[in-house]
Design a protein around this ligand. Structure first.
Ligand SMILES: [Zn+2]
Length: 78
């Protein structure tokens, strides 16, 4: 496990062992999100899915979730 400079909380902390999702988003999380913030997102995601009755298997919903995730984890800022 390596340390990352987390773009959400701003601290240098332990990152994930591997990309939690496929693609560029997963790589961004691996290099720019600490474990604590990732776990916070997982909880927030469950709430979003329940509130909006989203299905991650639906490509449209998945894209929406990815956008929400990038905002939540502050991955948009570059
Ligand atoms: Zn963090």
């Amino acid at each position: 496990m390596s340390e990352v400079s987390c773009s959400r909380c701003g601290s240098t902390a332990a990152g994930l062992d591997s990309a939690p999702i496929p693609g560029a988003e997963g790589q961004a999380i691996l290099t720019r999100t600490c474990v604590a913030c990732w776990q916070e997102w997982l909880r927030a995601q469950v709430i979003l899915i329940n509130e909006h009755r989203m299905s991650p298997a639906d490509p449209e919903h998945y894209a929406k979730l990815m956008a929400e995730m990038q905002t939540f984890l502050n991955l948009d800022a570059g």
